[in-house]
Design a protein around this ligand. Structure first.
Ligand code: GDP
Length: 298
């Protein structure tokens, strides 16, 4: 177990208490602690640097050490800066499906990130909570079991899936899904693209083609929060090929520190919209920057 960021900060600043105004050297020392803690929490280095710059500015501007609890004050400054960087307390993290139906949601991400499960979770949520008529289609023609997997999840969630036609290519499946949705009066079509073990040019080109054809209202990148820095690199690569409009972070129920969330926003420029908090189909939650900031602080 490592010390939490909160503990570190209280330690450093409480030692400095009673010394009058805070010198720049004092702040720098404390910020070194913040940096180490952020890196331990899987925040990417450039993101950590930018963040520390912001906190330093705010901490120097305030007479932190005159307070009875300087540590607590700095923790609040750090907390607020985390919330800002995660999208702000008032940010709207809802899916934006405000287009002429059917609205397509394109799901992209690495294999094993939780993409197919998240597809079914989102479909279930839209159908149950927002009373949308949802159709799901798997475009994963590489893994023989992938299309079957979505079908099974569809049966569990009672969400319709596009019938599987063996041998059909992803772009053609996407076209068929959009057409079926139009004819069937669906509000939303969820397209689950092929997972990949690493970024592979052919699969990236395929995602870009599907994106062009489906013209999705949302392109959601699914990342496993437990993979830390790898999640950040994945995000950078997807971002270069498709306009990611939102991020779904899975396995928030695991014991990761959530640092990848901080990087994700900085790297993709897109908000984290939803989080996966378990294996069950209802284990999906809206992203809350305040809760995530609390988790990173520990
Ligand atoms: P895909 O290859 O990206 O489509 O990944 P899957 O959707 O098949 O998920 C891989 C595994 O991760 C499955 O066993 C899921 O049940 C599990 N999983 C997905 N999301 C979450 C989550 O938020 N929390 C936990 N604990 N497990 C998850």
């Amino acid at each position: 177990m490592f010390e939490t960021l909160s503990d570190r900060l209280s330690g450093v600043f409480d030692k400095l208490r009673g010394r009058g105004s805070l010198s720049e050297a004092d702040v720098s020392e404390a910020m070194r602690e913040v940096r180490v803690a952020l890196l331990e929490a899987d925040v990417a280095l450039p993101v950590a640097r930018e963040f520390i710059g912001k906190v330093k500015e705010r901490a120097i501007g305030q007479d932190v050490l005159r307070s009875v609890t300087p540590g607590q004050q700095v923790i609040k400054i750090v907390h607020d800066a985390l919330v800002d960087m995660l999208g702000g307390a008032e940010a709207d993290h809802a899916l934006d499906l405000n287009v002429a139906p059917p609205a397509a949601i394109l799901m992209v991400g690495l294999q094993g990130s939780g993409k197919t499960t998240s597809t079914a979770k989102i479909a279930l949520r839209l159908q149950k909570k927002e009373k949308k008529k949802v159709l799901m289609a798997s475009l994963d023609t590489r893994r023989p079991a992938a299309q079957e997997q979505l079908k099974v999840l569809g049966e569990q969630a009672e969400v319709k899936t596009l019938p599987i036609i063996a041998g059909q290519q992803p772009v053609d499946i996407a076209k068929r899904a959009m057409e079926a949705a139009r004819l069937g009066g669906y509000d939303v079509v969820m397209l689950d693209t092929a997972g990949r073990l690493s970024i592979d040019e052919q699969l990236m080109a395929e995602v870009a083609d599907v994106h062009r054809i489906a013209n999705p209202a949302e392109t959601l990148l699914v990342v496993d929060s437990l993979t830390g820095q790898d999640a950040v690199q994945t995000a950078e690569k997807f971002k270069a090929r498709v306009p990611v409009s939102g991020v779904v972070m899975t396995r928030i129920d695991g014991d990761g520190r959530g640092g990848a969330a901080l990087s994700m926003r900085a790297v993709t420029g897109a908000p984290i919209k939803l989080i996966g908090i378990g294996e069950k189909l209802d284990a999906l939650d809206e992203f809350d920057p305040r809760r995530m900031a609390g988790r990173i602080l520990g």
